[in-house]
Design a protein around this ligand. Structure first.
Ligand code: SF4
Length: 311
């Protein structure tokens, strides 16, 4: 059982004398056995948010805020203790494009062994690996194969199994179905649903609203480093409040009924040079003078919308 709380988290990258505000005062919570979908355009900060939760942001740093796991801060313990007690044991991650980073010269079994060795696992390695590979619906014969001998769907199941090997309660999956064909996407989604049913909490990071709608209990919409809307799947999809969420949902094709697809003009602001007021100002059809001058207030409670229209 794991409860995760993110409080006013700020993650930054330093580029010489410029600061990239990749995640800016993000707050939310996730209860045990819940699934959360984080949606947003490329470079909105969603992958950095996932990396920050496992305290592994290459080239970046957690500048402020807190991450609480079962009420205890994971930022106030040493890196050594975090690696020993939290990373992969309580929270693990399926990295974006991870199936392409499987080492071509080692068998799948050797790559599992590496993970267990790195985490000083002292139990029966082979049983642990076999049980995990079985839990993602792959035969044990896969273990003697090399990555090039597996299909894309099998490789993706292998990297999901690698994230599950130490039985974490929470898995962060970053674009786990991107670059897979629709049938394999459906298989990976049903695997994630099965794992969730078995008690795992899940954070699913995706740009695809359809994928999120399949599995998420809660949804956070991210734009230019901020979560601009947060609520239950039902609330966000049936009654989107933030103009950005409304635009995202209107850009999704619908099978039933005809509706015009709306594309959003313009681009998000640079995370190095953020505007003073609302970050969506330049693209928002409801923008007011106040939005240009002042950022909408941040609310940390559940079900928040970051927009002056709702003040
Ligand atoms: Fe649009 Fe203003 Fe709301 Fe920003 S605060 S989303 S500009 S209405």
């Amino acid at each position: 059982m794991t409860t995760l709380s993110i409080e006013e988290l700020q993650v930054q990258y330093q580029l010489r004398d410029k600061t990239v505000h990749a995640v800016d005062r993000v707050s939310f919570s996730l209860e045990s056995n819940e699934s959360l979908g984080i949606v947003g355009e490329s470079a909105c900060g969603k992958s950095t948010l996932g990396l920050a939760i496992i305290r592994s942001v290459p080239g970046g740093r957690i500048a402020e805020g807190n991450i609480l796991l079962d009420g205890k801060s994971t930022l106030k313990i040493s890196e050594e203790e975090f690696a020993k007690t939290v990373r992969w044991k309580k929270i693990s991650m399926v990295f974006q494009g991870a199936m392409n980073s499987l080492d071509p010269v080692f068998s799948i079994k050797q790559q599992f062994e590496e993970i267990l060795k790195a985490h000083n696992y002292s139990g029966d390695h082979l049983k642990m690996i076999n049980d995990t590979i079985d839990s993602v619906g792959l035969p044990s014969t896969v273990l003697d194969k090399f990555p090039h001998e597996l299909s894309g769907g099998m490789k993706q199941r292998v990297v999901i199994a690698m994230a599950l090997i130490l039985r974490p309660n929470l898995v962060i999956a970053d674009e786990p179905t991107t670059a897979l064909d629709v049938l394999v996407q459906a298989q990976i989604l049903s695997l994630l649903k099965k794992l969730k049913k078995e008690g795992m909490s899940l954070i699913l990071i995706s740009h695809d609203l359809g994928i999120i709608s399949e599995i998420a209990d809660k949804v956070g919409i991210m734009y230019a480093g901020k979560i601009v809307e947060f609520g239950t799947l039902q609330e966000v999809y049936s009654n989107p409040k933030h103009p950005y969420t409304q635009a995202l949902l209107k850009s999704m094709p619908k099978i039933k009924g005809e509706s015009e697809l709306i594309s959003l003009k313009g681009n998000p602001p640079s995370l190095i040079d953020l505007p003073v007021g609302c970050r969506f100002y330049d693209r928002c059809p409801h923008a007011m003078e106040k939005c240009r001058k002042e950022p909408p207030k941040i609310k940390t409670e559940l079900g928040h919308v970051l927009c002056w229209l709702y003040e």
